[in-house]
Design a protein around this ligand. Structure first.
Ligand code: GDP
Length: 426
């Protein structure tokens, strides 16, 4: 059975924790999009880890971790991450890398930084991991697929020359930065070939056979619905699709094999980078929630920068679940809200004097004002509770209200960052 674990919001919903938890019953865990630009924080028996490129199931001895063709593959980064977890006592994971994955090059990272510098105050708030230049090149057909590392020398060299010629025009005339040397780019590719060769695999075929054998496969998404380039808050989005539907493409499996779409929803909102954020809060109210949020405050796993904070947004989350095709929801970080007397949630957007519950496109979103409804807080610590019935009534009411708003069953409630801090509901 194939199950996708994806985010309904702006990312950082706690997908890593849910993947790590469900990894127990899985055979294969696949990353199908994105790169090292967002992190998953995982706390388990080995300690606390911030993974960026490795799938979150990498801590189990029985799972195979797969980098699918849809991923932006930063090869040195992947190997640093493997070495880091192994040096901290995690058994050496079994890793497969798709022969159709494309390689994120050092110049993608440089171009990302140069473009943010050029945009100045109008920048996207990129993590400068090279993701936008990488996917631009992939679709412009000037990227390097892992399989091309194994092409005859003259074929690869000729392509490098062609790509570098284009890059150097931009470097010289737009960014005024040092030019690329084709010889050096070629040498980098050869180094990458040596590193990745033992792991390269026809992932689509591997997964085809695994599905036939009835294996349990998890597709692990990065970021969330609202960062999707088509269905998110364009242009303040990421550069690969964050949707479960893309899991089929980014892993190389038929779409109808994805039977379960576990969509992770955060009990309040947080976002990184620029863009409209209707239920955003500021000042001391935001500082307090940021300080208490997640396992150690809401600060980016990749950049360390403070996340923007807001109340739960039912409009955005219902849309986020719909566009993912959510079959069930895991509601996370609920424990964080235990300090509040009253908990506002955003149940509508007021745009030009009219209230809507439908998530609009970006230009309208920029004009939206939140319609807030206040729910009573439960004023206690719910960590350690194992049974749904033992949650305070106000807390159950908060969950019921969210469930009614989003229209998808909440089957799991996460009440702490640890692997076992989960309440199964139905
Ligand atoms: P991801 O990218 O969706 O995996 O999310 P992140 O790892 O960036 O952010 C989630 C943060 O919340 C991490 O620091 C987790 O350890 C933490 N976390 C996940 N679930 C819970 C929860 O139920 N309660 C608390 N307090 N923290 C949680």
């Amino acid at each position: 059975m194939v199950r996708a674990i994806v985010g309904a919001n702006w990312g950082d919903e706690g997908k890593g924790k849910i993947t790590d938890m469900l990894g127990q019953e899985s055979d294969i865990i696949v990353r199908f999009q994105g790169g090292s630009n967002a992190g998953h924080t995982i706390i388990n028996d080995y300690g606390k880890f911030a993974l960026h490129l490795l799938p979150s199931g990498v801590f189990y001895g029985h799972t195979t971790s797969v980098i699918g063709n849809g991923v932006a593959l930063n090869i040195p980064y992947l190997f640093n991450e493997i070495n880091e977890i192994v040096s901290r006592g995690v058994p050496k994971p079994k890793i497969l890398v798709s022969d159709r994955a494309q390689i994120l090059m050092p110049y993608h990272i440089a171009f990302d930084a140069y473009e943010e510098e050029r945009l100045g105050g109008k920048s996207f708030g990129s993590t400068k991991s090279g993701i936008a230049p990488f996917y631009s090149d992939k679709y412009a057909k000037i990227g390097f697929q892992v399989s091309e590392l194994f092409a005859p020398e003259e074929v690869l060299k000729e392509k490098v020359e062609r790509v570098v010629a284009m890059k150097n025009v931009l470097l010289e005339h737009l960014y005024h930065k040092p030019l690329l040397d084709p010889e050096e780019v070629y040498r980098t590719l050869l180094e990458y070939k040596d590193m990745v060769e033992p792991y390269v695999c026809d992932v689509s075929l591997f997964l085809h056979n695994a599905i036939k054998e009835g294996k349990n496969i998890l597709l692990e998404g990065q970021l969330g619905s609202l960062k999707d380039p088509d269905h998110g808050i364009y242009p303040m989005v990421t550069s690969s699709s964050t949707l479960a539907a893309y899991g089929a493409i980014g892993a190389g499996i038929p779409p109808y094999e994805i039977k379960n779409i576990t969509t992770v929803v955060k009990a309040y909102s947080s976002a990184v980078g620029a863009g409209a954020f209707v239920s955003e809060i500021f000042g001391e109210e935001a500082d307090e929630l940021r300080k208490r949020g997640g396992d150690a405050g809401e600060f980016g796993a990749t950049t360390g920068r403070p996340r923007r904070m807001g109340w739960f947004d039912a409009v955005a989350t219902r849309y986020g679940c719909r566009i993912q095709g959510a079959t069930e929801v895991a509601l996370t970080v609920l424990d964080v809200l235990g300090y509040l007397d009253e908990i506002p949630i955003c149940v509508g957007y007021e745009i030009n004097g009219e209230v809507t519950k439908d998530f609009p496109t970006t230009a309208k979103l920029e004009m939206a004002k939140p319609v807030l409804k206040k729910l009573p807080g439960w004023k206690c610590d719910i960590r350690g509770i194992k049974n749904y019935a033992d949650l305070p009534k106000e807390c159950r009411d908060y969950i019921d209200t969210i469930e009614a708003e989003i229209g998808v069953p909440i089957t799991m409630v996460s009440n702490g960052p640890g692997r076992d801090e989960i309440i199964k509901r139905k």
